[in-house]
Design a binder for this molecule. Structure first.
Ligand SMILES: NC(=O)C1=CN([C@@H]2O[C@H](COP(=O)(O)OP(=O)(O)OC[C@H]3O[C@@H](n4cnc5c(N)ncnc54)[C@H](OP(=O)(O)O)[C@@H]3O)[C@@H](O)[C@H]2O)C=CC1
Ligand SMILES: O=C(O)[C@@H]1CCC=N1
Length: 289
């Protein structure tokens, strides 16, 4: 990252509220982020512009008050911070398409694409363009997202602060080396899907044992939410918290035994590994072009 003097907190917040935010690609993650930004109150809907090739996506976005277009260049020309939110294999063609309207002094590119490296983005943009690569997740929609960000070669400290502050409006945001981002994808980028599947399965168990579906889903979701909150608020190791639920000779230890016999932890570890390896594969493809 290039060096630059940092600026104060209130100045950064002012800067965010005066930043025109563009999204290239208006799909699921772009919509989660845009809605999260707007709900935070720090980014006005009229300061967001989104492009997509899919009219249905644009209709959904218009309903939340953001400006929309089918022209990616229009997004870049009208934005200070551009979130690259297309699928990984579309990143290169989209960056090449907008190349001519990029002003490296004016715009900052923030890629959320799994696997796509900073180096490959910088190669596809005009020399000196500031790039920050991030891996967010879909609970950004409800300001409970988890993001890790890595600044590129030409990004200055003000860029990193701006992106971090912006992403903190939709959850937590940590800075880390780019080498960690594929594993971050495996844990938190893809992680909400594992959690949704866990909630669905717990609810299925409840239904099997006689609970009404709606109650079972509510109980399962609140249980994951509560457990996650305890880990974050108490700072205790999750294993210690698990032990506190397992009364001697009680119900939970019987359930834990069943989970362990079925390879519960190993399966989750394998899942994180599979997603991480897939992110690496996507990155290798983007590097080879
Ligand atoms: N979903 C998630 O939870 C997360 C996703 N990401 C990353 O976010 C990115 C987007 O993922 P996601 O939102 O799930 O994907 P989506 O498919 O929902 O969104 C991508 C959107 O881009 C549109 N699109 C395709 N080609 C172009 C183009 N040339 N110009 C403009 N828009 C185009 C797509 O239209 P069409 O469908 O018609 O092709 C689609 O609406 C990916 O790179 C992914 O790795 C990162 C973290 C979490
Ligand atoms: O499934 C994917 O590829 C994207 C990246 C992380 C979450 N969704």
């Amino acid at each position: 990252m290039a060096s630059n003097q940092g600026i104060g907190d209130s100045q950064i917040k002012d800067k965010i509220s005066n930043t025109m935010v563009g999204f290239l690609g208006g799909g699921r993650m772009a919509q989660a982020m845009a809605k999260g930004f707007i709900s935070s109150g720090l980014v006005r809907a009229r300061n967001i512009i989104v492009s997509d090739k899919n009219e249905e996506m644009l209709d959904q976005l218009e309903s939340i008050g953001v400006r929309t277009t089918m022209d990616n260049r229009e997004v870049v020309s009208n934005s200070d911070l551009i979130v690259v939110a297309v699928k990984p294999h579309i990143v290169q063609p989209v960056l090449r398409e907008v190349h001519q309207v990029v002003s490296p002094d004016k715009q900052l590119f923030v890629s959320i694409a799994a696997g796509v490296t900073i180096k490959s983005m910088e190669e596809d943009l005009p020399e000196g363009t500031r790039v920050v690569r991030v891996m967010p997740n879909v609970p950004a929609l409800v300001q409970a997202g988890a993001t890790v960000m890595s600044p590129g070669t030409h990004a200055v400290s003000d860029d990193a602060e701006l992106v971090q502050e912006l992403l903190k409006t939709i959850g937590i945001c940590e800075e880390g080396p780019e080498s960690l981002l594929d594993a971050v994808t495996g844990v938190s980028g893809s992680g909400p899907a594992y959690a949704f599947a866990a909630i669905e399965s717990l609810a299925d168990g409840g239904v099997k044992m006689g609970l009404p579906r709606s109650l079972a889903i509510k109980l399962a979701a609140q249980t994951l939410l509560g457990a996650a909150k305890m880990v974050l608020d108490t700072g205790k190791h999750p294993g210690e918290l698990k032990d506190e639920v397992c009364s001697p000779g009680g119900t939970t230890i019987c359930a834990m035994h069943t989970l362990e016999k079925q390879g519960f932890r190993g399966t989750l570890i394998d899942a994180v590994e599979a997603a991480t390896l897939k992110a690496r594969e996507l990155g290798a493809k983007s590097a080879n072009k």
